[in-house]
Design a binder for this molecule. Structure first.
Ligand SMILES: Nc1ncnc2c1ncn2[C@@H]1O[C@H](COP(=O)(O)OP(=O)(O)O)[C@@H](O)[C@H]1O
Ligand SMILES: [Mg+2]
Length: 296
């Protein structure tokens, strides 16, 4: 049906309309999304609150069913049991067992995946190291965990089955700047191990330096798709940077450029960020006479 099963994720015209109690259409949460995520790629799903990011992840996991269109994940239809073992998922909010400690939590989820005890004895401390939970916090009950610690144990849980595809919904929520940096480094190390990562975030700075490609979602529709590097390039502006130029050389450079017919040559530092791109994309759609950014 779809192009190639070599892709980690493929969606075609994927659409989700939530119904209200009476079965009437209520929210078009995702509208006609067609995209491919390559194996080994870190892919970013960006957009403000309520733009359809979590809905996309739930559709890929088969937790909810599309209204139209479809998705394939690791070469199988979304939600098929054949792939559950190969996917790791960090939900927007982890529902953790408050009375288990960190180690017990991982053992519990490891058993669900039928991982042998001996293998778990090896994997659990390694994972707790990876996500940065120290010896003391491992023995504490999860009800005593801070939001950042809960995020870390949630991530360890998502990785317990050594998945090929990892879906992370707002992974940096509750993390301080150092925790955020660690999360980004961890995502890059997963990529280095050949894993595919789909990362949802409304925090653009948190994805800018880890994602190979991103899309921006707004009101359920894809607004932009591309490589982070390309999207950040302002194509009609050329910047010239030079170290140790004298005023004289600068004047001559300007004169030379003006002889070439280049007017208004300025030498500046790069300024465009994903943040600016994002604001521009969202503004285009709010200025178009629609209401403001959705909440969710
Ligand atoms: N179970 C649901 N029933 C009805 N509407 C929902 C449901 N889940 C999400 N929505 C709505 O769908 C839209 C997209 O939500 P979501 O995918 O959670 O966005 P995001 O993760 O980008 O914040 C929002 O308007 C939200 O209110
Ligand atoms: Mg969400």
């Amino acid at each position: 049906m779809m192009a190639s099963d070599d892709e980690a994720v493929q969606t075609e015209h994927l659409t989700k309309v939530y119904k209200d109690f009476w079965g009437r259409d209520k929210v078009r949460a995702l509208d006609d999304l067609t995209l491919s995520i390559h194996r080994g790629e870190v892919f970013g799903l960006l957009g403000p609150n309520g733009s359809g990011k979590s809905t996309t992840i739930k559709l890929l996991l088969g937790l909810i069913f599309p209204t139209a269109g479809g998705a394939r994940v690791l070469g199988h239809p979304a939600g098929s049991t054949a792939i559950n073992q190969r996917i790791g998922f960090l939900p927007e909010e982890s529902y953790l067992y408050r009375f288990l400690n960190g180690e017990e939590t991982l053992r519990f989820y490891g058993r669900l995946f039928k991982i042998p005890g001996k293998e778990l004895n090896r994997r659990i401390p390694a994972l707790l190291d990876t996500v940065g939970l120290d010896a003391k916090s491992r023995k504490r009950k999860l009800r005593e965990y801070s939001k950042g610690m809960a995020r870390r144990i949630g991530l360890a849980q998502a990785l317990i089955n050594n998945p090929d595809l990892i879906l992370l919904d707002e992974p940096t929520t509750g993390l301080d700047p150092i925790g955020t940096r660690e999360m980004k480094d961890l995502i890059l190390s997963l990529k280095a191990q050949g894993k595919t990562v789909l990362l949802c975030s409304h925090l653009l700075g948190d994805v800018q330096d880890v994602c190979d490609r991103i899309i921006i979602l707004f009101r359920g529709r894809m607004q932009t798709l591309g490589q982070v590097r390309d999207l950040l390039q302002v194509k009609d502006v050329t910047q010239i940077q030079a170290r140790g130029m004298t005023d004289q050389q600068l004047a001559e450079t300007r004169a030379f450029l003006s002889r070439l017919g280049v007017s208004d040559a300025v030498i500046t530092h790069p300024t465009t960020t994903l943040e600016e791109l994002f604001v521009r994309v969202v503004r285009q759609h709010t200025v178009a006479g629609q209401s403001s950014v959705g909440s969710g």
